[in-house]
Design a binder for this molecule. Structure first.
Ligand SMILES: Nc1ncnc2c1ncn2[C@@H]1O[C@H](COP(=O)(O)OP(=O)(O)OP(=O)(O)O)[C@@H](O)[C@H]1O
Length: 268
């Protein structure tokens, strides 16, 4: 589970201050597809970037279950800041995609595993086939379409089967059939007991969601469970057991990864 509390993010534009997020508090649960919706400029990208640790909040905090099962009666929620999670714990699909142009499609998808030697996950070939880009494995990102690049970025985010998956409009470049394909993979990941939070203003995506959080002017103006699908009572930690490894054990922390070229260019 993710607990975001009082997230506030302001941007300065000359003499003007834009409040992109205004004291947003949310719990995002595993086991359901959660979609952040709202008009352009309402704060969706900022919310996902702050929750994913790609952008710093001016105020507030975002903590996540660290995947370690409870021991000796200790609460399973350990409160790890999401910004310190690596690809093994948190997969991110940025709007910019941030693929490395010198690496092939297969190498881009494999990157989280290269950074986390020994970590378990889904084989690259299976991901590429599932995302219908298997035939493009040896091409460079610049040699494939925007929709194909986006599916490669989704494959990279899913590579280590992260407890948390965040996608900023991950279907934005897809045709109708591939929107359904991507949604089906994301829902599968969510229903396996993981946290899946994406943004979209596509009605097809919103109607496929189990929960829709609507933003306007940086605030949550609606928060609805659309399918009424009961949440599994198990935690992310339980869902991941016995493969769960302590945060950090699967590799580098997010702050380290930020220095790598695969992370969002927004993070320096
Ligand atoms: N780097 C920045 N500098 C200044 N203002 C920014 C910056 N990033 C975002 N904003 C502003 O913050 C507000 C929220 O932007 P954000 O990108 O989060 O919205 P969004 O809902 O994701 O929009 P879209 O659907 O168009 O992607 C907008 O008013 C935007 O102009």
């Amino acid at each position: 589970m993710i607990k975001a509390r009082d997230l506030t993010r302001r941007f300065r534009r000359g003499s003007e201050t834009v409040t992109a997020l205004d004291r947003v508090s949310l719990d995002i649960h595993p086991g359901e597809l959660t979609v952040a919706a709202g008009p352009s400029g309402s704060g969706k990208t900022t919310l996902l970037s702050v929750i994913g640790g790609y952008e710093r909040a001016d105020a507030g905090s975002t903590l996540a279950d660290n995947g370690v099962p409870a021991v000796d009666g200790a609460p399973p929620f350990e409160g790890l800041p999401t910004g310190r999670m690596g690809w093994g714990e948190l997969g991110f699909v940025p709007q910019s995609l941030a693929l490395i142009d010198e690496l092939t499609v297969a190498e881009n998808v494999e990157l989280p595993a290269r950074l986390n030697p020994g970590a378990a996950g889904t084989p690259v070939d299976a991901l590429l086939e599932g995302l219908e880009i298997g035939h493009l494995a040896d091409r460079l990102p610049s040699q494939i379409s925007g929709g194909e690049q986006q599916r490669a970025a989704i494959g990279r985010a899913l590579r280590l089967v992260p407890a948390i998956l965040i996608g900023d409009e991950p279907t934005g470049h897809q045709d109708r059939r591939r929107v359904d394909l991507v949604l089906s993979l994301l829902r599968q990941h969510a229903y396996a007991g993981h946290v899946v939070l994406i943004s979209s203003h596509d009605d097809a995506v919103i109607s496929a969601a189990d929960r829709v959080i609507t933003l306007a002017d940086g605030r949550v103006v609606a928060d609805e469970r659309t399918h009424g699908r009961p949440r599994p009572s198990r935690t992310v930690a339980q869902a991941n057991a016995p493969d769960a490894s302590p945060a950090g054990a699967t590799g580098r922390a997010r702050s380290d990864l930020a220095t790598g070229p695969a992370r969002s260019p927004d993070r320096s």
